[in-house]
Design a protein. Structure first.
Length: 182
């Protein structure tokens, strides 16, 4: 049995967190680094450590302390464009806790790390008191993502179902979820 420590990231964790996230965008998402989508990966401290209503969690391998998983939350709702206008209006910035960068290295998957990280993020959002909803989007080909998110919430927009015309540039094939805050 592997031992993991989940904690709020510090400056000392940022290089390890960045490596986990970059590996995911190249390996799992197949997009590679795209500056307009992934600026938070390059500077996670500015995006998640500095703003008071944002956070970045890491899971560290208990044997070596290496960061093996990440999960973040911020107060920025989905932007329009590239997302449909109705989606941005349903999940406005400042009132929406957006889950981001839930990434687990392949050799550490299927051990409940993502679910544990998300549970901690939901506690953070509840404690904040200013969030009225929790939103995220995922790519359906990301290993394990759809099963996890379906078990925790509901699909509010699936860009693969013919609604792509509502999305600037034809969409990315993302699936958008709402997770209950209560």
């Amino acid at each position: 049995m592997h031992d993991y420590r989940i904690r709020t990231a510090t400056e000392a964790d940022l290089d390890g967190a960045r490596a986990v996230m970059l590996d995911a965008v190249y390996r799992d998402f197949g997009t590679g680094y795209v500056p307009r989508w992934h600026a938070d990966i390059v500077d996670p401290g500015a995006f998640y450590l500095a703003p008071p209503r944002h956070t970045l969690l890491v899971a560290a391998d208990g044997t070596g302390g290496t960061v093996v998983a990440t999960a973040a939350l911020d107060a920025r709702g989905p932007a329009h464009p590239p997302n449909p206008r109705w989606l941005a209006e349903r999940y406005p910035s400042g009132e929406t806790a957006q889950l981001r960068r839930v990434c687990v290295r392949p050799e550490h998957r299927r051990r409940g790390l993502a679910r544990r990280l998300v549970g901690e993020l939901l506690e953070f959002a509840r404690a904040d008191g200013g969030y009225r909803s929790v939103y995220l989007h995922t790519h359906p080909h990301s290993p394990g993502a759809m099963d996890l998110w379906r078990s925790l919430g509901k699909v509010v927009c699936d860009e693969r179902d013919g609604r792509r015309e509502e999305v600037s540039g034809g969409g990315s094939g993302a699936v958008h979820f709402e997770i209950p805050l209560a």
